[in-house]
Design a protein around this ligand. Sequence first.
Ligand SMILES: Cc1ncc(COP(=O)(O)O)c(C=O)c1O
Length: 437
Amino acid sequence: MTTRRDFLSGLAAAGFAAQPAFRERAMTSLLTASSIAGNRAAADIAADESYWAEIQRAFDADRTMINLNNGGVSPTPSHVLEAMIRDLRFSNELPAEHMWRVLEPRIESARRDLAAEFGCDIEEMAITRNASEANEIMIFGLDLKRGDEVVITNQNYDRMIRAWEQRVRRDGIVLKQISFKVPPPSDDYLVEQFRAALTPRTKVIEVTHVTNLTGQIMPVRRIVDLARPRGIEVFVDGAHSFAHFPFKRNDLGCDYFGTSLHKWLLAPIGTGFLYVRKEKQKQLWPLMAAAKEQDENIRKYEEIGTHPAANHNAISAALAFHRGIGSDRKVARLRYLRDRWAKRLLSESPRVRLLTPLDDTHAGAIALFHVDGIDNIQLGAWLLSEHRIVNTPIVHAEFKGIRITPNVYTTLDEIDVFTDKVLHAVRKGIPNSKSTS
Ligand SMILES: Cc1ncc(COP(=O)(O)O)c(C=O)c1O
């Protein structure tokens, strides 16, 4: 439970005091929200609209559309955007001085804040531009020989699969893509799919902590425990997990983890991180070359040439906002919004199927649904073109549906308009559409 004291100390710990651009409006919203919350449990606050109305005010969201694709990328709160813009303007006045000398060293504050939040050492935290960069450092960074085997699932993120496929073409490694049912019957079942694919030649497993297709939370800890005694490295693609629900590095036990921060942390676009356990840094090459002296320095993964300091410096302001809400409260609200549409669709139509388990261990905000007897891709297109509801049609070789992802600034009205429109389509069909799944 996040108390007012936790909230204030969270701001301090996340460097709030050092963030002059943490605007009064956002500060007032968070403080008002915090007093509304008092010491109540997260589940209680999840349904308190007076609390969430304050959080919604921290964003300049385009309310002429209903944004239910917060899985791809999310808006940052207005004060975080302003911090970044302020730094961009300042940089541009005299980049070599203002950006390189004044602003760039402040990346160390963002590193410190992220390491504290993830539960690792500062020297294990590299700041990247997104999850793709973090994950590709892992995928291309480990020495693998011809014939070495890598196990992933066919629900890993497509860019990561393409990166592995390039290694297959270039280095002759063997890529095994396992399949699993959606929703999966149990964690035991998932772990067993991985176990069955391992051989004495398996060197790496890449597991997606939360899949982008259905929002399924994978049993990462159990996969790490399966792999480590066999000497297999586990790369965790955490693009959708960090700051989505509470967990720390030690809960996963992993040695490598990559994420984007412009999804669930609500940091500015173009931010992510790569965690590499200290003793693994020497063996994992950076994507862009670094000096030999940097072999065991986490900053070797940040040798990317000239880049804006503004983006990564604004991470601390986003983290302060995140801590102001608190991880428990945030995910309780996200699940509340998810259940509001998903459970209503399920209860009002036997033709709706959820491909995401609606329980707290296995999913957060993201869920995938399918309506039998309708072309689901056309349904998504109709929601967007006729009702300005942004959604994510998903087409996978083994299933399809529409992915819905609200965020903390989503209103109940927006969820209800979306649900009403889907039910309308279920009952009356989509104009000019043929009935097919
Ligand atoms: C599971 C997963 N991994 C990696 C990525 C890549 O993230 P980014 O585009 O921010 O690099 C995404 C993006 O949606 C994703 O869903």
